[in-house]
Design a protein around this ligand. Structure first.
Ligand SMILES: Nc1ncnc2c1ncn2[C@@H]1O[C@H](COP(=O)(O)OP(=O)(O)OP(=O)(O)O)[C@@H](O)[C@H]1O
Ligand SMILES: NC(=O)c1ccc[n+]([C@@H]2O[C@H](COP(=O)(O)O)[C@@H](O)[C@H]2O)c1
Ligand SMILES: [Zn+2]
Length: 278
């Protein structure tokens, strides 16, 4: 008899501006998958790129439809990374913990649907019991029973360190992200993720659920640097996929004017989390 695969299935969710998407964003997924699968405990089944809503109000953020289109072009050749418009099709900005809940729920619904269709071993229409997200346990008596894939947040170390910025993240959301979902964090030049975890009580408590992935082939590409180069008329070829570059040129997306978008506005998380919102 074939031995069953006991590895936990994982879906990696990367949220961000993707303004524009770069090859480094795509590399994050490859690095994270290699790392998790290398532990022998996880099987990465999907990657999701979820571009942020225009309501995030970050300076220089071009329209969501363009950021979405570029991300779709960039992932055309990947057989496991997808782009999801859920966040960026909304006018209002969505907090990351809520995005994680949404994508986790999607996994649970899809999973239950598939199980019901398979029917093998289980009675017709029988749903398998849920994993810990639903405060329930898998039904080990059912041969088809395996917890639905666990959604984990994929990010760079700059985002990990941003968890400590006052009024940027709600403390209960930070707790939920590291306790219920988990973080896969790619180290980035200029960041000290390990020290940051050591200095935070909540991150330290859940350190087993925070995977730090060392990027040995360091590459400090950022969207900010790509936009800067474009404004200066310099080449960004091989920093973004060719299809993305064609799209940027066709729509003249990044220039002095686009960089002034949202200039002078407060980033939405600060507005939401400040004690005396305007
Ligand atoms: N070179 C990199 N190394 C590690 N993580 C990265 C790198 N570039 C982007 N990321 C991560 O990708 C995710 C999406 O980030 P984002 O869209 O802000 O890109 P960015 O390049 O950081 O853009 P910007 O310069 O506009 O902030 C974040 O989790 C960020 O930390
Ligand atoms: N409180 C929160 O949930 C919170 C705060 C700041 C940034 N974020 C997310 O992190 C990502 C950051 O992207 P940038 O690095 O481009 O600013 C965005 O997807 C944003 O929604 C979430
Ligand atoms: Zn960033």
């Amino acid at each position: 008899m074939e031995k069953s695969d006991s590895r936990m299935e994982v879906v990696l969710l990367a949220t961000g501006s993707f303004n524009p998407i770069t090859v480094m964003h795509l590399r994050l997924f490859e690095l994270a998958r290699d790392y998790l699968q290398g532990t022998g405990k996880y099987k990465v089944v999907k990657g999701i790129i979820s571009p942020v809503s225009d309501g995030y109000k970050k300076k220089g953020l071009v329209e969501g439809c363009h950021r979405l289109a570029m991300a779709q072009l960039a992932t055309e050749n990947s057989d496991w990374i997808e782009v999801d418009p859920w966040e960026c099709s909304k006018k209002e900005w969505t907090e990351t913990a809520l995005a994680l809940r949404h994508y986790q729920q999607q996994q649970i619904s899809t999973d239950n649907g598939e199980i019901r269709e398979k029917k093998s071993g289980c009675r017709k229409g029988q749903k398998r019991k849920r994993n810990h997200i639903c405060q329930d346990v898998p039904d080990y008596n059912c041969p088809e029973s395996k917890a639905p894939p666990q959604v984990k947040l994929l990010c760079g170390a700059d985002i990990l360190e941003s968890l400590g910025v006052p009024n940027l993240w709600k403390p209960e959301h930070v707790n939920e992200i590291v306790s219920s979902f988990g973080l896969v964090c790619i180290t980035r030049m200029g960041s000290n993720a390990q020290k940051f975890i050591y200095e935070s009580d909540v991150l330290w408590k859940h350190r087993h659920n925070i995977h730090l992935v060392e990027e040995w082939i360091t590459n400090d590409i950022s969207s900010t640097k790509v936009r800067r180069a474009l404004r200066r008329g310099m080449s960004v070829r091989y920093l973004v996929p060719d299809s993305v570059l064609d799209y940027i040129k066709k729509h003249d997306l990044y220039n002095e004017e686009s960089e002034e978008k949202n200039s002078g506005l407060t980033l939405e998380p600060f507005l939401r989390n400040s004690e005396n919102p305007q």
